[in-house]
Design a protein around this ligand. Structure first.
Ligand SMILES: *Cc1c(COP(=O)(O)O)cnc(C)c1O
Length: 393
């Protein structure tokens, strides 16, 4: 049995009523995770439905632009539904099916995880409810309509700031009341054990594929691995395979938002976050002097979460990964830069990782290799970006 602890982080800080279903989920996951038939089924959907493995693309023009290390992009943006989240949603949906659940629920911020879950539910003929904050519903109208087209019910959550944190709390409440026939598909490497482990395991194919693809592209050499960090799933998926590889410098990029003030950013690990409990796990959390959760802010709806997956908290304390941040403005610049230089419109979340190249690349040498996880594509953000740039559509 896995313990669900990453150093002192993780655990199960949940109401008593949720414990039986976590225990059931843990037992099911332990049973299936090394089961060849289960793994083959998940792999089958990933390869023939979602589009794995994703390409490791040599960004030649971006490399020339900086004149330093070679830059490779791990193209998670090319997956079905446009981001890395489908990998976890399909994996958990197959698990839910094996557990005999008829309904899946999910929380969503940017809407990407909601779309991924609604997609998996449609594929397996399962009922699907997606909890979404009202602020996010406003910011991500296209994704809301996509979920409806996919047959999901989108449930607006107006408590708090109407963002991801509030949607997550509401999804947990609903789950506790419908535990017999419902599986809760958490969309990031957060929440009570066993979720951070399950999500990491499903997403770690990102790093496994990078390892195999880099053998061909660079003879295996990787000096820097970059990924943006919201809850921490695309980043943990990228870093996990390389966790013991000291020669590979791993950098997680958080949202610096519009400034340093409380409530103006989502710098859980790179800013003022302190260990505390949020959504069932002990991890770094943005909180005020009284331990109240501080609302996170980012222009990007997928990064404005005041917590982070517990394994990242451990990685930070152990010095395994370095956590930094870039601002909204820097991310917007990077969004335009990649679009113009490579013809790839990145998700605003991924644009945060891209923005960090401005700081990193001048320090790199030509024979070095940077691999950046391009977690998603930017179609969903075009409206938001137009507004931020003051353009009328
Ligand atoms: C949701 C999302 C993120 C942030 O979530 P993580 O769990 O930190 O990966 C990053 N990029 C994209 C494209 C997303 O949709």
């Amino acid at each position: 049995m896995t313990t669900g602890r990453f150093g002192k982080y993780g655990g199960q800080f949940v109401p008593e009523i949720v414990m039986p279903v976590l225990t059931e989920l843990q037992a099911a996951y332990e049973k299936y995770k090394d089961d060849e038939d289960f793994k083959a089924e998940v792999r089958g959907y990933l390869e023939r439905y979602a589009g794995r493995p994703t390409m490791l693309y040599y960004a030649k023009r971006l490399t020339e632009h900086y004149g330093g290390a070679k830059i490779f992009l791990k193209r998670e943006d090319l997956l079905h539904t446009g981001a890395h989240k489908i990998t976890n949603a399909l994996g958990q949906a197959v698990l839910a099916k094996r557990m005999g659940k008829k309904r899946v629920i999910a929380e969503t911020g940017a809407g990407q995880h909601g779309v991924a879950t609604a997609t998996a539910a449609a594929l397996f003929g399962m009922e699907c409810h997606v909890f979404m904050g009202t602020t996010d519903i406003e910011r991500q109208k296209l994704n809301v309509f996509r979920m409806k087209l996919l047959g999901a019910q989108v449930i607006p959550v107006s408590s708090g700031t109407g963002t991801l944190k509030d949607a997550t709390s509401e999804a947990i409440r609903y789950w506790a009341a419908h535990i017999e026939d419902t599986h809760y598909i958490i969309g990031s490497a957060v929440g009570p054990h066993p979720y951070p482990t399950i999500v990491r395991d499903f997403q770690s194919c990102i790093g496994n594929e990078i390892r195999a693809q880099a053998k061909k592209e660079t003879g295996g050499r990787i000096d820097y691995l970059l990924a943006c960090v919201g809850g921490g799933s695309n980043s943990i998926g990228t870093f996990y395979e390389f966790r013991d590889d000291k020669a590979v410098k791993k950098i997680g990029i958080e949202a610096g938002g519009r400034g340093e003030a409380e409530g103006d950013n989502a710098k859980t690990l790179s800013g003022t976050g302190k260990p505390g409990v949020l959504h069932g796990a002990y991890s770094y959390v943005l909180q005020d002097g009284d331990g109240q959760i501080v609302e996170a802010y980012s222009l990007s709806a997928g990064l404005d979460y005041p917590g982070v997956g517990p394994e990242h908290s451990y990685f930070k304390d152990a010095g395994i990964v370095e956590y930094v941040s870039v601002t909204d403005t820097e991310a917007l610049d990077a969004f335009r830069r990649l679009s113009e230089i490579e013809g790839i419109i990145p998700a605003l979340e991924s644009a945060h990782a891209l923005a960090y190249l401005e700081k990193l690349m001048p320090k790199t040498k030509k024979d070095e290799v940077v691999v950046l996880c391009l977690s998603g594509r930017g179609d969903k953000d075009v409206q938001m970006v137009a507004k931020a740039l003051g353009e009328e559509l």
